[in-house]
Design a protein around this ligand. Structure first.
Ligand SMILES: Nc1ncnc2c1ncn2[C@@H]1O[C@H](COP(=O)(O)OP(=O)(O)O)[C@@H](O)[C@H]1O
Ligand SMILES: Nc1ccn([C@@H]2O[C@H](COP(=O)(O)O)[C@@H](O)[C@H]2O)c(=O)n1
Length: 209
């Protein structure tokens, strides 16, 4: 296989990265194009050696919370056509699971995550960079709902974490990367024209491989 074309989709937590990526993947599949999706969150550092109360205090919105060196290594391996052992992550225990998932490369890889454009190690690996520019109050409303329903959180813990780390780190690390993006997407994961533009880009990239 020739070198994979790698697309990064970044932006705030709750901005619509996962929905946008899942919609792209589904619609591309329907038109016969199979893309691989990786999630930066799977590369959160393992903390199983730390007590739970310490894990709850971790700043998960700082670039150091991620093992970006492992993600970079995996992207290099996938580009070369080698399989990787994709980590799995649990938001309820804040740890990596012991089981990994063996994954092989595909001609197009989409990586989604909050801190992708902030990493000097990762940035050069991307052929296209996308920033989901969704208003922060909308992101917060979506995050409250999601974190309570799927990530085992309480309204109090979501509010506390948001004030302490999520919002300040967004302004310090995520928002300043907006200008590094080739494409800025407003209105979240259902922006139809933006989905169509990126699908056309992917079909073009596949034709050139
Ligand atoms: N444009 C939109 N309209 C309505 N709901 C949306 C839109 N974009 C995203 N959502 C919803 O908001 C929530 C957070 O979106 P998600 O894609 O998980 O964000 P992220 O991956 O950036 O954290 C999800 O429940 C998703 O279905
Ligand atoms: N143990 C963890 C790990 C991460 N988070 C939060 O997840 C957010 C990133 O994921 P998105 O799907 O929302 O982009 C990030 O803002 C972290 O605060 C967490 O709460 N606990």
């Amino acid at each position: 296989m020739s070198h994979s074309h790698i697309i990064a989709i970044s932006g705030a937590s709750g901005s619509g990265k996962s929905l946008f990526t899942a919609t792209l993947q589904q619609e591309l599949k329907e038109s016969g194009a199979d893309v691989l999706v990786l999630c930066e969150d799977h590369y959160y550092r393992d903390q199983s050696n730390m007590p739970m109360d310490e894990r709850e205090k971790t700043n998960y919105d700082h670039p150091d919370a991620f093992e970006h060196s492992l993600l970079a290594k995996h992207l290099h391996e996938l580009k070369k056509g080698n399989a990787i052992e994709y980590p799995n992550y649990c938001y309820k225990t804040h740890t990596r699971l012991s089981e990994t998932t063996r994954i092989s490369g595909k001609p197009v890889i989409i990586v989604e995550g909050i801190m992708l454009l902030a990493s000097e190690q990762l940035l050069p690996l991307f052929d296209l960079t996308v920033f989901m520019d969704t208003e922060l109050d909308i992101c917060l409303l979506r995050r409250i709902q999601r974190d309570i329903i799927s990530r085992g959180r309480t309204i109090e813990s979501v509010a506390e974490q948001y004030k302490k780390t999520v919002k300040p780190m967004y302004h310090q690390f995520i928002q300043p990367c907006r200008h590094k993006a080739n494409i800025v997407v407003t209105q979240g994961g259902k922006n139809r024209p933006a989905l169509d533009v990126i699908k056309a880009h992917i079909h073009q990239a596949l034709k050139q491989q």
